[in-house]
Design a binder for this molecule. Structure first.
Ligand code: ATP
Length: 448
């Protein structure tokens, strides 16, 4: 039974052999223990006179045989030493430093923002993060409902005050999780927090039409698998998470690490490990991607000691979605605990997220400067001229394709052709725009 992801799908497949996946080592041990028990108690008593070997003597042989018959370990959680993930600190140094530098640039620039601009930046980053984290798994949130909800949550003026029933439930669910994740950066994370996030993400108790366990770890007996379905052929298996029965122990270890690792390793690397480890366990029936990305956000908020959202890592993961899946698969699809490549890759996403935000702030600052210079040097510009210059500015350095024509000016501002001609000539004389071409081909562009 395939969930719904394409091309990658998290699927709870019907188990053919009801054996719980486990490492050869663990399997050998548990089989060994089972046998020791049987031989050691009632059966052993009954066979006492003819039993030529003691349990101790026979156990290593049994273990060896069981291990030899068991499938070889295949997934990261089957590696000996799991769950101690590690990475080559020297190899990740360059990408972590680049991420740190980008974060520093962003924070420095953000500190120079006016309150209103800072709020606008956070508003945009929240919106991007919510839309992107949902879209990674193909869920499309309506941008206008995300923007309205973010504005309300940030307490921005003019925020949507629509009653709860009128709000988009999926948008609210995604934002509830993002908000809860960053808001709780100062206190330890608990299993109950994660359950609450999960319950918030699936308020109807269903994922699509499928009823799922919400607000609790998955319990289904079928293995949790990531597969690519193929028409007429068997699915390609990319990853199999630990059995549901083992999830509580895996998550207890994850939570203990998360709550004690802050400050012991680099914060960006910690966010990378937190996300990867969580995805490797895949503790919920659904929503693991979104909750795992919220956890990475929480780790980054803890690292920066601030709940302020100033960049969107999910937007960068979405922009490189195929790579994101490939990197996860490369890390989880082998019984190897060295996750150096994943940490490097994740750090580069953080760097790009910070750079994108810095670019965004520079645009905002540039626009503020542009308007203030315009106000100082040309206080007598008409409303139509301001409107046209503003639209041209928002269109970016290249301006409108082919430049601003008299007709476009009329369409933008609603003035007559005669006024448009007069306004544009005036802007050219003030050297705010440059006239190019002649006759019907006349256009106005930004000076170089
Ligand atoms: N090979 C892999 N190993 C481990 N995790 C993976 C792998 N490939 C993808 N993932 C993770 O699994 C996530 C999908 O899991 P899941 O469907 O449970 O969560 P979700 O996407 O939040 O839910 P929904 O489908 O309802 O949006 C991906 O977003 C990604 O983070």
């Amino acid at each position: 039974m395939i969930w719904r992801h394409w091309p990658l799908a998290i699927a709870a497949m019907t188990e053919k052999h009801k054996s719980r996946p486990s490492s050869a080592h663990a399997l050998a041990q548990s089989h060994g223990r089972g046998l020791a028990c049987r031989l050691g108690s009632r059966d052993l008593e009954a066979q006492k006179p003819v039993n030529r070997f003691s349990c101790e003597a026979i156990l290593p042989k049994i273990r060896f045989m069981v291990a030899a018959l068991s499938p070889p370990p295949r997934w990261i959680w089957q590696a000996l030493g799991w769950p101690v993930l590690h990475f080559d600190a020297q190899a990740v140094q360059a990408s972590i430093s680049a991420a740190r530098l980008a974060q520093g640039r962003l924070l420095g620039l953000a500190a120079s923002l006016q309150m209103a601009d800072l709020a606008a930046l956070q508003f945009d980053e929240w919106t991007q993060e919510a839309v992107a984290t949902a879209q990674i798994e193909g869920e499309v949130l309506q941008v206008h409902s995300v923007r309205a909800s973010v504005a309300r949550r940030l307490g921005l003026p003019g925020a949507n005050t629509a009653p709860h029933a009128a709000r988009d439930a999926r948008t609210e669910a995604t934002l509830d999780v993002l908000q809860a994740a960053t808001q709780q950066w100062q206190r330890p994370l608990t299993q109950e927090d994660l359950f609450a996030w999960h319950a918030a993400l699936f308020p109807t108790g269903r994922s699509g039409l499928q009823a799922i366990v919400t607000g609790g770890w998955r319990t289904h007996a079928e293995p949790m698998q990531i597969v690519t379905p193929r028409l007429g052929k068997p699915d390609v298996l990319h990853y199999q998470a630990p059995a549901s029965g083992d999830v509580p122990a895996h998550m207890a270890a994850w939570l203990a690490w998360f709550n004690t690792s802050l400050g012991t390793i680099d914060g960006v690397a910690r966010a990378a490990l937190a996300h990867l480890w969580f995805e490797a366990i895949h503790p919920f029936e659904d929503g693991n991607g979104r909750i795992g990305r919220a956890l990475a956000e929480l780790a980054l908020a803890q690292d920066l000691q601030s709940p302020q959202r100033m960049m969107s890592v999910s937007a960068q993961l979405l922009a490189a979605r195929a790579e994101y899946y490939a990197q996860l698969q490369a890390a989880t699809g082998h019984p190897v605990l060295d996750v150096t490549s994943w940490v490097q890759w994740f750090a580069t996403r953080v760097q790009h997220a910070a750079d994108a935000s810095t670019g965004h702030i520079q645009t905002v600052l540039g626009k503020t400067r542009f308007w203030s210079e315009l106000q100082t040097d040309h206080p007598d510009l008409s409303a139509a001229q301001r409107k046209a210059l503003g639209r041209l500015y928002d269109a970016g350095p290249g301006g409108f394709v082919g430049g601003l024509s008299t007709d476009k000016y009329v369409n933008l501002t609603g003035v007559s052709r005669a006024t448009a001609y007069r306004d544009l000539t005036d802007l050219a004389e003030r050297r705010l725009l440059v006239r190019t071409g002649q006759g019907r081909a006349t256009r106005y562009v930004w000076p170089d």
